[in-house]
Design a protein around this ligand. Structure first.
Ligand SMILES: [Fe+2]
Length: 310
């Protein structure tokens, strides 16, 4: 079950123009636009496909309104695909596209699919942009101040799961996901077996199913801030952040979207090996959600206004 990551996400939305504006402003690369919908990709070819929610080509919706309609997981080989198909056919319907893509559902009823990954390797920068004391990489060159940030990787998705244990067990026991950390009875951070970042899937206990957010990786903390501030300036509203998570260690900045799930810019997430020891928290201490959190924009404005009056 060598799942290497999220190969693509399919959204069903009510307003294609708003979705196009959002994902274009977000920094994704548009690769297809037609009356039927839109496709974007990341630098490593993670795909976002957007169609109208009533599109008969989309998997059935678990919740009404704009949302993620299918997660397409990338696997390492055709043999992996066959193994996943055989495993899932034990107790659920599996269909196959002519190109070999498998479609099925998870324990909550969310549509999932599997295909041999179409991801491409990210280019390695020969000249890292960061200067550290005693470790200088950027010489005779200013930092990159572009507000147009390249989205490098489609990193993780987060869904509500009314039966968290059963939902998490499905991914870990049937599809080989590994436990990275957990809030007992509240949330399970998991990574696909061949995806070394801290989490590719986070399931959250919730009374109702639904998508929570999708996370996109950018280069570094500077890019999280440049991209997030540009989104705010274009009128897109912050959901949460910017800040730095403790679980996963990633810098983050979340935005509200017209697509039914928040989106997150992130950078500098933990990379794990089999040596990692998952930790289980019995509560959800605020300090594990963020080690620091900048005030949301309205607060910044309030401070600026107060300063103007003084
Ligand atoms: Fe996230």
């Amino acid at each position: 079950m060598d799942i290497v990551g999220i190969d693509a996400l399919r959204f069903g939305v009510t307003d294609l123009d708003a979705a196009r504006r959002f994902f274009s402003d977000w920094g994704l690369n548009e690769i297809e636009r037609s009356a039927a919908g839109l496709r974007f990709n990341t630098l490593d070819n993670g795909e976002i496909e957007v169609r109208l929610e009533r599109d008969a080509g989309l998997a059935p919706a678990v919740v009404s309104g704009p949302t993620i309609r299918e997660v397409i997981w990338g696997v390492a080989s055709k043999e992996n695909l066959d193994a996943i198909g055989a495993e899932l056919e034990k107790d659920r319907k599996v269909t196959r596209d002519p190109d070999g893509t498998l479609h099925s559902t998870d324990a909550t009823g969310y549509a999932i699919a599997f295909r041999v990954s179409r991801a491409v390797a990210l280019p390695v920068s020969a000249t890292p942009a960061v200067n550290l004391p005693g470790e200088v990489h950027r010489i005779d060159r200013r930092a990159n101040f572009s507000t147009r940030v390249t989205i490098r990787h489609l990193g993780h998705v987060v869904f509500f799961a009314p039966n968290l244990q059963e939902a998490s067990d499905f991914y870990m026991k049937r599809l080989g996901f590994l436990l990275s950390d957990a809030y007992v009875n509240v949330g399970t951070f998991m990574r696909a077996r061949k995806a070394p970042q801290h989490h590719t899937l986070f399931l959250l206990n919730g009374a109702k199913p639904g998508a929570h957010h999708v996370a996109f990786e950018v280069g570094d903390f500077h890019e999280v801030m440049m991209a997030g501030m540009a989104m705010n300036q274009k009128g897109w509203e912050t959901e949460f952040g910017p800040g730095r998570h403790v679980i996963g260690s990633n810098y983050f900045w979340y935005f509200k979207t017209p697509c039914g799930a928040a989106t997150e810019y992130y950078a500098d997430m933990d990379y794990l090996t089999e040596a990692w020891k998952p930790r289980q928290w019995k509560t959800v201490p605020a300090e594990t959600i963020a080690c620091w959190l900048a005030a949301p924009e309205p607060r910044w404005k309030a401070i600026a206004n107060a300063n103007d009056d003084s």
